[in-house]
Design a protein around this ligand. Structure first.
Ligand code: SF4
Length: 153
């Protein structure tokens, strides 16, 4: 199916507003690790007053060659979650800013089944326009390519 056909279901926009549940920061469930683009690494390091190398040593790890925030196998919470808030909010990674408009879930079935069941922000708040969704989606698509080293940052 072409991308334009896939997009049809959200062309009138979608309602979404973060409800501050912290759910996506305690466990991404099927959505996996918090991956970082080179710019995400730089921004977070700057925000924390660290060099990028020191930030990477302290806060990151690689799985199958792909960099992401370190996870504690005993605790699914993101290391930057304090209470229900992100302690690096201004410098949070691209995938945190673009959620839930990720290419892998922007099909009607995944949206209804996986995203809406997982995230209490779906269906709430103002209508997010198709234009904004498209822009956010494009940002996430680019970030995923940068994370996988398919394009330079
Ligand atoms: S970096 Fe912040 S927004 Fe992203 S998962 Fe961690 S606590 Fe949540």
């Amino acid at each position: 199916m072409s991308q334009s056909k896939k997009e049809k279901w959200w062309k009138e926009g979608l309602r979404f507003q973060c409800q501050g549940s912290g759910k996506c920061c305690t466990s991404h469930g099927e959505f996996g690790f918090v991956y970082l683009t080179p710019d995400d690494q730089k921004n977070m390091a700057n925000f924390l007053g660290m060099t990028r190398a020191a930030f990477t040593r302290k806060h990151c790890q690689k799985t199958q060659g792909v960099l992401h925030l370190k996870e504690d196998s005993q605790n699914p919470d993101c290391q930057f979650l304090k209470g229900k808030s992100c302690s690096v909010y201004e410098a949070r990674p691209t995938q945190c800013r673009t959620w839930p408009f990720w290419p892998e879930v922007m099909n009607a079935k995944s949206w209804a089944k996986d995203v809406a069941e997982f995230c209490p922000g779906v269906g709430k708040g103002p209508l997010i326009s198709a234009e904004t969704i498209e822009k956010t989606l494009a940002e996430q698509v680019l970030a995923e390519k940068q994370i996988l080293n398919e394009v330079k940052s």
